[in-house]
Ligand binder design. Structure first.
Ligand code: BGC
Length: 747
């Protein structure tokens, strides 16, 4: 309780910190990160290039890994001494980065600083909710604030390059990496991508507490066949442009400094060797000036993918397609000189890539300030302000899936509570996959959060069963705990290692004996809530039908236990919404809200419709869905015009009112359907959203402005154009919602 009171007191601090982030970030004078550089930097780079040997240039294009624990490996030390290590991955901490950096800065001929990189995905040491959870906030400022703090912590530890945001659209929850992105929708994904870039980089990543971001994995990695990680992808150009490109475009427009090519092959060409995406789209169409890095060992994997016979050919293909830096494998290093001398790779190609690397280093200020400061690191990591922000932001990501008879919030008057389930006291799972330098010892479990919330109540903890496995040996204790208590909190789902990289599943059911555990607790007839912790949508049909209350908490981060307790007991009213559809069964996958209409749409009684004979075609929970402890009403949908010109704009307004008796948040969502077009269109597509906080009885007028960028489509000639016709407008509180109107677009 003391800890929780202190944290409440400090909750204003992160706001101040966030303001500081924004205000001082905007004062920077350098050009935005993704654009061409200033002449002073370019001149310095030219003079360096003129003095570098080809081997030293190739060294700048090499990224080599330290140990997973963050230590420097001897090979890195030696390459740094020779001036052949451009960047390092995994080496972290002020002491260790400084140790390696000092060798590069004092012993190498050119004295070019090493750029330290790491996967700072949802926090560095203070861990925030996993990105899928952050997207469930439907509040880009959650992502921006979390990544702002992540950047400050990582940079204090010497790490100035993050391999985030992961902006892959994922329509297949079997794919474990769905947890790392913003879900299934490109509009929501684009908003979160831009917010992440702003958070990590600010307006300019030159500030010492900022880092350069990396939009990954370019592109369509999320479309891996069968949801099996690293698998081949087959995506049409139209779907690439409509669905998979937009979050990357948003990141590029926000000035992202780097992009990572994906592992997968796309229409037969591995992304690592794909000049259509790396050069035609990224450089020529989008004018991206930053640097492109391969994924881990991906240049080498071109051999296994069967498009390069050997290391030399693999290096040549990746360089020619537009990969500037090679991560971990060392084919640029080994074959670069040979490729240049044989005339297979022009020196200008090498120089251009080296220039891109050096430009990032100059912009980061690494030449002037190459070393991290241990004192600053100590003061920054896990600071009270960062922890308070983690607690506050985590609670914004929770989605209330069900709450029959106002089961939640739980009364504080209860004398006894059972906290049951394999995840109730699992600190590792609380911080989730890809948890940076996060440590389980720092994490507050749900059980610890409940103890802090109710220090005098009798709290009985019983695991019941493991996340996986067949044993029901713990059931009896769990059932007795539930019987003896006034209320049961049941924490189930997936362990952290069941999603993330190389963690695809063929089933979306609750693993192990967890459903049986829920059923056993249900059979006691006592009130309970199911608290889900998981990195992907789960098919929880029985729970959705039978359990009285379900709170989706994803993997909530270092302060997750406090945040969940805050929400269960009503200090915070949940206002998140699903960023991804929850299927009834894995057999429905892929199932997503913005599907096309068929010639035989489902619905009605027709057998010859696009549906299943054994289950409904509709999802368990739709995209955009989520409840609150209060109720909201939308009304007065108004359009500023009934007709607009194809170049024109239209304003769509709606009133939202809190009709219940608690303060709460609602996410107003705007969807559009272009009824008749030259190519088939989705039945609805998200075009606007806003999360609003309302006191009981309070109303707000929300407006969205749509223009050609929102109305246009890729036509038969693959040109982006607005086609005349009728557009249906749908506004509601989920993708299944509500108020409807329409307008005409004239020629
Ligand atoms: C992942 C990337 C990650 C890289 C470095 C790869 O296996 O696909 O997302 O950034 O490793 O850790």
């Amino acid at each position: 309780m003391i800890a929780s009171a202190l944290l409440r007191k400090w909750s204003v601090v992160p706001r101040l910190f966030f303001l500081l982030c924004l205000v001082s970030g905007s004062a920077a004078a350098r050009p935005p990160a993704g654009t061409a550089s200033d002449p002073e930097i370019e001149n310095k780079i030219s003079s360096l290039l003129a003095r570098m040997t080809l081997a030293e240039k190739l060294g700048q294009l090499q990224q080599l890994d330290g140990t997973w624990d963050g230590d420097v490996r001897p090979e890195q030390m030696e390459l740094a001494r020779q001036g052949l290590l451009g960047s390092a991955i995994c080496v972290r901490g002020a002491k260790r980065t400084t140790e390696l950096q000092r060798v590069a800065m004092t012993e190498s001929k050119m004295k070019i600083p090493i750029l330290f990189s790491f996967d700072v995905i949802h926090g560095y040491r203070t861990i925030f909710p996993v990105p899928l959870g952050e997207a469930a906030s439907w509040d880009p400022s959650v992502v921006e604030r979390a990544d702002c703090i992540a950047a400050a912590e990582a940079s204090a530890a010497g790490v100035r390059w993050t391999f985030a945001p992961m902006v892959d659209i994922a329509r297949d929850p079997r794919w474990g990496r769905i947890v790392e992105g913003s879900g299934e929708d490109q509009f929501l994904g684009a908003a979160m991508a831009a917010a992440a870039v702003r958070g990590f980089q600010g307006t300019n990543y030159s500030r010492p507490d900022k880092m350069v971001a990396c939009a990954k994995h370019w592109v369509a990695y999320g479309a891996a066949e069968g949801g099996r990680d690293y698998n081949t992808t087959e995506v049409s150009e139209r779907t690439l442009r409509e669905i998979y490109f937009p979050p990357f475009k948003a990141a590029v427009d926000a000035g992202v400094g780097t992009v990572m090519s994906a592992f997968n092959d796309l229409d037969g060409i591995p992304c690592t060797a794909n000049s259509f995406i790396l050069t035609d789209v990224l450089r020529r169409e989008w004018h991206f000036h930053g640097l492109v890095i391969s994924d881990w060992n991906a240049v080498k994997e071109l051999i296994a993918q069967g498009v390069a016979a050997n290391g030399e050919a693999a290096a040549a293909r990746a360089m020619t397609a537009g990969v500037d830096v090679e991560m971990v494998s060392q084919f640029y290093h080994e074959y670069g000189e040979q490729l240049v001398s044989e005339g297979k790779i022009p020196m200008a190609t090498i120089d251009r890539s080296v220039r891109r690397v050096l430009r990032v280093k100059y912009r980061l200020g690494l030449f002037e300030h190459p070393y991290a400061d241990e004192g600053l690191e100590k003061a920054t990591l896990l600071s009270p302000a960062n922890l308070a922000a983690a607690r506050e932001l985590a609670a914004r990501t929770f989605v209330l899936l069900k709450n029959d008879h106002e089961t939640l919030p739980i009364s504080r008057q209860l004398k006894s509570i059972a906290v049951i389930g394999p995840l109730a006291d699992d600190a590792q799972s609380m911080i989730g996959p890809w948890s940076g330098d996060g440590r389980k010892e720092d994490a507050v479990t749900l059980l610890a959060g409940i103890h802090a919330e109710l220090p005098t109540a009798k709290i009985i903890h019983a695991r019941g069963c493991d996340v996986t496995g067949d044993s029901r040996a713990g059931f009896e204790l769990a059932i007795n705990a539930a019987r003896e208590s006034d209320f049961t909190i049941l924490a189930v789902g997936e362990s952290a290692d069941m999603s993330g990289e190389a963690a695809s599943r063929s089933s979306l059911d609750l693993p192990g004996q967890q459903l049986e555990l829920i059923q056993a607790i249900h059979a006691t007839g006592k009130p309970y809530v199911v608290v889900l912790m998981n990195g992907r949508p789960l098919s929880i049909g029985w729970v959705a039908t039978n359990s009285p209350a379900i709170l989706e908490t994803w993997f909530a981060g270092t302060q997750g236990g406090y945040a969940i307790a805050d929400t269960l007991f009503g200090d915070v009213n949940p206002g998140g919404k699903l960023p991804v559809t929850f299927p009834r069964s894995v057999g429905q996958v892929p199932v997503y809200y913005n599907h096309k209409n068929t010639g035989r749409p489902p619905g009605g009684d027709s057998k010859d419709a696009s549906r299943y004979i054994d289950i409904p075609w509709t999802p368990l929970y739709p995209f955009g869905y989520g409840l609150s402890y209060t109720q909201f009403r939308l009304s007065h949908l108004e359009l500023s015009a009934t007709h607009i010109h194809r170049d024109g704009t239209i304003i769509i307004g709606v009133d939202v009112e809190n009709t219940g008796d608690r303060a709460g948040d609602e996410v107003v969502q705007l969807y559009l359907h272009d009824l008749v077009a030259s190519v088939t269109r989705p039945v609805k597509a998200l075009k606007g959203f806003e999360r609003v906080s309302l006191r009981p009885g309070e109303s707000r007028h929300v407006e969205f402005t749509l223009g050609p960028g929102d109305l246009g489509i890729y036509n038969q000639a693959m040109q982006f154009a607005v086609e005349p016709g009728t557009f249906k407008v749908m506004v509601g509180t989920s993708s299944e919602a509500g108020l409807e109107s329409s307008f005409e677009v004239g020629p």
